[in-house]
Design a protein around this ligand. Structure first.
Ligand code: B1M
Length: 211
């Protein structure tokens, strides 16, 4: 890891909001690419938080304060990840599926899609299939993006696709899915149109999906 990113990495790992913001600022001032700051300073720290949770060294409160520190740093980084001025190339309805409250990855994907000139309708977390369906009817997007971080909530991606089929809406939207436990094979299995492993690839794949 670039030395300049170490204080940022540590701040997120320790759940310190102000040092996280200061760490992002220091890295930006030093001319580090915002994508490198995100991947090597911030996402890497969240991966370590997950590992410590698995090892029984961190518990939910530690994960939560780490997530808050990450969000604070992201607020500063966001303008550098997103282009300032664009016309939408397409519309995407996004959400974290029913039962799942993880939103950092989903927010990053939304940010990168915004940067790739998509209009984002973000339904938030714990989004039921019914809410996705209602949003498709209201907003008429070209794409739906679903995120899931829990193996127990992944099946709600399929439930949502099934609901789209039942509502006669499946043909009018492409479905993009992602999240740590999700795979390309799973996307195929449940009849999604595509899987993206990370936020930047989500943006390029979304563009290719709408041609
Ligand atoms: Co949770 N949690 N958590 N958690 N949490 C995980 C996911 C876990 C892997 C930790 C672990 O055990 N190692 C584990 C899941 C295990 C499993 O299912 N196999 C877990 C658990 C168990 C839980 C609880 C059940 C804990 C409990 O209460 N006992 C609970 C569940 C709550 C619920 O959702 N109902 C819970 C709660 C929480 C917090 C609320 C404390 C907090 C979330 C705060 C928030 O999001 N606002 C939290 C956190 C922070 C994590 C970890 C540590 C970090 C997640 C994260 O933000 N990663 C996580 C461990 C880990 O992932 N290694 C963990 C950074 C983020 C940038 O990555 O979200 O993967 P990610 O997004 C990536 C890609 O996946 C992709 O692009 C993103 C950017 O590159 N992507 C997409 C994501 N969505 C996409 C959509 C796309 C395309 C790509 O298209 C639409």
């Amino acid at each position: 890891m670039n030395d300049i990113l170490k204080p940022l990495y540590d701040a997120i790992l320790n759940g310190q909001q102000k040092p996280a913001v200061a760490g992002v600022q220091a890295a930006l001032d030093a001319g580090v690419d915002p994508i490198v700051i995100l991947n090597e300073g911030m996402i890497a720290a969240m991966k370590q938080v997950g590992k410590l949770f698995e090892d029984g060294e961190y518990f939910v409160p530690e994960m939560l304060i780490a997530a808050r520190a990450m969000q604070s740093g992201l607020a500063l980084l966001k303008p550098r990840l997103v282009q300032a001025d664009y016309k939408p190339v397409g519309k995407i309805v996004m959400g974290t599926v029913k039962g799942d409250l993880h939103d950092i990855g989903k927010n990053l994907v939304a940010m990168m899609l915004e940067g790739a000139a998509f209009e984002i309708i973000d339904l938030g977390v714990d989004v039921t299939p019914e809410k996705f369906i209602a949003a498709v009817k209201t907003h008429q997007p070209q794409l739906i993006g679903m995120s899931a971080l829990l193996t127990t909530t992944m099946p709600n991606m399929k439930t949502t696709i099934d609901a789209l089929v039942a509502a006669g809406l499946r043909e009018q939207v492409k479905v993009l899915i992602g999240g740590a436990p999700v795979t390309d094979a799973y996307a195929k299995l449940i009849g999604a149109d595509a899987y993206a492993p990370d936020a930047s690839r989500a943006a390029s794949i979304a563009k290719s999906l709408i041609g």
